[in-house]
Design a binder for this molecule. Sequence first.
Ligand code: MN
Length: 433
Amino acid sequence: MASGSRRDDQVRRGIEKVLKESEEYAKRLLEVGADRVIIVHHDDADGVAAGALLKLALEGRFSTHTICLEKTYPQIVKKLQAQGREPIIYVDLGSPHASLISKLNELRRTVIIIDHHDLELSDGICEEVMVLNPEMHGIDGGTYACGASLAYFFARSLKRDVERYAGLAVIGSVEIPGEPRGLNLLALDEAVKAGIAVYDEKSGKAKVLWDGKLTNPEALSTKLTIMASVGYYQEGPQKALDSCIRCSWAGVEEFLNLLEERRKRAYSSVASRLRYTGLNKLKRIQWFHVEDQFHDMGVKVIGTFCSYLMYQKMVDDDKVLVGMMNMRNDVPGLGALEGSYVKVSARAPKKVLTLIEAGSLEPLSKALAEAAKRLGGFGDGHAAAASGIVPKGREREFVELMDRLLSKDERGSEKRAGGVTLDRFLFPKKVEK
Ligand SMILES: [Mn+2]
């Protein structure tokens, strides 16, 4: 089809631009008079695989310090960028906060954001900040790239012999649904050529070499995410990164089992408590707080737990699910945060998502981020799933505010529906108790 091939051409051109920029940015980084680079990576498999690729490629020329972030907390960006002069690479995160990262670059150090998430450039970015993201060229980063594929091509621009690690890009690509496209496909091709991956075109399934065996990247991805996120406070991210560099689980099997077991126990204990007490209900939100029941685990666990709850009977299909957990106030490798915070995570059931897509309700990313921001926190995400942090003690205010903010121009909707209130329209079978 004509429009299809025009789209293909556009994607191809966009990707060529990304590859060209990758060469340019790598060259600029190699010219910086520093002997150390800080790599800030995300806490999921894609972020870990991307971090490992950068570490591999930078070593020899620079020493590296890696920091795993669960979210791009503005407070952390500020703290991190206030000291030292060495270049910082943000990978698989940072794009939604690119303007902030630039604004906080008071020391005018070299900063590279290698990411495939949505960009926020409303305040512009300074010359020292480079952004390697297909979204810069109108290419959907959630379809044609992942953090690890971008990191792979950047790594290859720094050092030639990284092809034997192209499998890490294949593992990172797992989070992108469907068959590999764009940069993910290019990286997969290189992995196959290097003899460290196979691809079955019929099933659209790849396998990568891990522990000397061809392995499903999905299984590897799940385990890397658990290691880095559940084990966030037990050096899980470093262990996951080292596993990627060795392409092996050697020495961490027991650690991984313990983490899986700990998470399972915590999940089933909270789930049975919630089955007994039920969820707290507002107009458009149903919520719960696990307080310290997920203590010493990374905050991603509350999001995964919300996703799990979505399949449980106790969850109403016409209200947004919001879960909260107390956060530790330290970031491994960076020190203490100021203040105490709570991580909030939200999920929209299908019925609610339909209303969001129809424009009658705000996307969760917008309602959650706005409510968190007004209370001194922050948030981001997508229409159907979002997360953020709010200061401890303001949880109730937060859910009530978000409940109100979810409604988009309530009066306008009432008028259009001809006397039917938004609530009666949204929740026709519900009787006010
Ligand atoms: Mn990613």
